[in-house]
Design a protein around this ligand. Structure first.
Ligand code: ABU
Length: 391
């Protein structure tokens, strides 16, 4: 199933390392930032926050990944000033804090971004915007080994969101982590298709962004050691995928996963690796026969349909996400998986596959951008760089 095995001692968080060689297995990094895949034993993680958030302003880019009636719903949830009403933000924030406590009780160190006032206006010489929310570090950064890579995101309302993480990442950098930002895109009007309409089922996929700038959200990539999977989406273009490919170099392979989703945005409800050799796929978004052939050696199972969320009105009204957030789980190690309590079918699916589900609830987080995978960024796993696929 997978080719290499780990042999090295536990990390002591002192020294930086260099880009790993193109083949074979690296010894375990001693760096404070060290994560190569989605499933090795989790030691430290960043969890986002909801403080001082506003819902995104009207812009063509948003329609690429959000429900058609989003703005109407956001008016209900936030009013004209787009500040999420207390009655919506409080239960979501409480759930997030409960999730933090759960992670800590499972032995994981949790770090948080700074509070950022997203209602403040900012601009470049070409446009003005307000911010959005600091809930989803998964979109803003990709951790590959000991390197934190900042995404060149295409939503103007997220332009300065990475600043909320600056002090924290400076701390990691001072301890030896590598820290890189992809070229900051100007996000000119010419990047977006103002006439964009969500493609119908029988139409070819089209995107709200073109190739005129290099953009991606890190959440469109999923890491399996030396092999990384990506979906091209309404926030990730080919230029962005190629930038990462060139940046990472010969030691990594980036494979594109075709999606049948009409509004693709973020891979973490499309394919979800649960451990070496185990891949959960979305039966509505993935045509198994078109998966990259390297996945032939893995066991692939289709995720169960999402269960209706009782009391989770906000997952359907005003959600920035699809109903497939039931797949947006977080692996604590190849055995333990944090899954939404409102999803008994998914809980049973994991049990049937020999995993240990840990139920938790983020059912009010939909309007703020996601669930367990989206609201986190794993910083350190007990991890070595390996190949999990035959060549
Ligand atoms: N941010 C992840 C959500 C993907 C989805 O809406 O299915």
């Amino acid at each position: 199933m997978y080719l290499d095995t780990a042999t090295a001692p536990a990390p002591a968080h002192v020294a930086p390392s260099v880009r790993p060689p193109a083949t074979g297995t690296s010894t375990e990094s001693r760096c404070v930032v060290n994560s190569h895949n989605e499933w090795d034993t989790l030691e430290e993680i960043v969890v986002g926050r909801l403080d001082k958030s506003v819902f995104p302003q009207r812009h063509p880019s948003i329609l690429g990944g959000a429900p058609k009636d989003l703005y109407l719903a956001l008016l209900l949830l936030g009013g004209r000033k787009r500040r999420p009403r207390k009655v919506f933000v409080e239960p979501a924030a409480k759930e997030l804090e409960d999730f933090v406590r759960l992670l800590e009780s499972e032995g994981v160190t949790v770090r948080r971004p700074e509070v950022m006032d997203h209602s403040r206006k900012y601009g470049t010489p070409q446009w003005k915007s307000k911010g959005c929310v600091t809930a989803c570090p998964r979109d803003c950064f990709l951790v590959v080994g000991d390197e934190i890579i900042e995404s060149p995101m295409s939503w103007r309302c997220r332009y300065f969101e990475p600043h909320a993480y600056y002090q924290l990442f400076k701390e990691y950098y001072d301890q030896g982590a590598r820290w890189t930002s992809a070229p900051k895109p100007p996000l000119r009007n010419t990047l977006y298709d103002k006439q964009y309409k969500i493609p119908k089922q029988d139409e070819p996929l089209r995107y709200v962004i073109n190739e005129s700038e290099i953009v991606f959200d890190a959440a469109d990539f999923i890491r399996c050691g030396r092999d990384i999977f990506v979906t091209r989406s309404n926030v990730t273009n080919l230029a962005g995928i190629n930038w990462l490919r060139r940046h990472l170099g010969d030691g990594y392979r980036i494979h594109e996963i075709e999606t049948l989703c009409r509004q693709p945005m973020h891979i973490d409800t499309t394919i979800v690796p649960l451990g070496p050799g185990k891949m959960m796929i979305n039966p509505k978004y993935v045509d198994r026969s078109r998966l990259p052939s390297i996945l032939n050696s893995w066991e692939i199972r289709e995720a169960p349909k999402p269960d209706k969320v009782r009391g989770g009105l906000f997952n359907e009204v005003g959600s920035m996400c699809s109903v497939w957030l039931n797949m947006n789980v977080l692996m604590l190690d190849p055995q333990r998986v944090v899954v939404d309590r409102s999803q008994p079918s998914m809980i049973q699916f994991f049990k049937d596959w020999g995993l240990t589900p840990i139920p938790c609830s983020l059912k009010f987080l939909g309007p703020f951008g996601g669930s367990f995978h989206c609201v986190t960024l794993d910083i350190r796993r007990k991890s070595t760089l390996q190949s999990y696929f035959q060549a």
